[in-house]
Design a protein around this ligand. Structure first.
Ligand code: SF4
Length: 239
């Protein structure tokens, strides 16, 4: 795939993304993971805390501390008032617990000044301390139901492999292509499920090392798998 495709995808790429979306959703129905922060009705506070805790930490680790964290600190004001030592103690089982404790408290204090109201636009969200593009996307997607792609390493790897995006592309070209593909992927009324499906699929199947290509439901439309071993008979409907 060349670097000439940017915001709007060419028809064949759009069709392949549509096919991947359905494949991911089908897989997610059977194998998707359940985490407390994915439960319906989670508040902006609960979603944002989860996203900060998940930074460079596995979901399984975060799931162990998350319920206790919310019991101790159910809202921004209680988090803002926590002592650093107490907060670090709660977060100690996670990696980067000092940074996370500092980031959460800075954010809590900033939001207290806004009476606990979480902004609803990317621009305002990214002005808050500790909220980068990915966390802003997560808030927009999970809390406000917007079709925002959660373009993390999992989704980037999955799309990069499926579309055979060359590592020789410049970083900015690769980023633009991935963004266009990811945007199309979540252009669907089930956008949040698509995001979660891609996260889980990238973690469990399209893993960084030794991806499970032989039993992958997406392999017939995956450039990476075709390079390894062209299938004798493509799956029905694969673009
Ligand atoms: S076939 Fe392999 S590389 Fe392609 S999406 Fe599946 S697991 Fe990933």
């Amino acid at each position: 795939m060349s670097g000439g495709v940017t915001c709007e995808l060419v028809a064949w790429a759009a069709a392949r993304v549509d096919w991947l979306r359905e494949g991911l959703l089908g897989w997610f129905e059977r194998f998707g993971r359940c985490f407390p922060w994915r439960e319906p009705g989670r508040s902006a506070y609960e979603v944002t805390v989860a996203e900060i805790l998940l930074q460079r930490t596995t979901a399984a680790q975060v799931a162990q501390v998350y319920p206790d964290f919310l019991r101790r600190y159910p809202a921004w004001d209680s988090l803002a008032r926590a002592t650093p030592a107490e907060l670090e103690g709660v977060l100690r089982p996670l990696g980067l617990w000092r940074q996370k404790a500092r980031a959460l408290q800075r954010l809590a204090r900033s939001l207290e000044e806004r009476h606990g109201l979480m902004p609803e636009t990317r621009r305002e969200l990214e002005r808050l301390p500790g909220i980068g593009p990915y966390t802003a996307s997560a808030v927009l997607a999970v809390v406000y139901g917007q079709a925002e792609p959660l373009l993390d390493a999992n989704l980037a790897r999955l799309l990069g492999r499926c579309f055979g995006l060359s590592q020789t592309l410049s970083r900015s070209s690769r980023r633009r292509l991935l963004q266009a593909l990811a945007l199309h992927l979540v252009r669907d009324e089930r956008s949040l499920q698509v995001n979660w499906a891609a996260l889980d699929f990238g973690t469990l199947v399209c893993r960084p090392r030794r991806p499970l290509c032989p039993c992958c439901p997406l392999r017939s439309a995956c450039a990476y798998a075709l390079l390894l071993e062209p299938p004798a008979t493509p799956s029905a409907g694969a673009p």
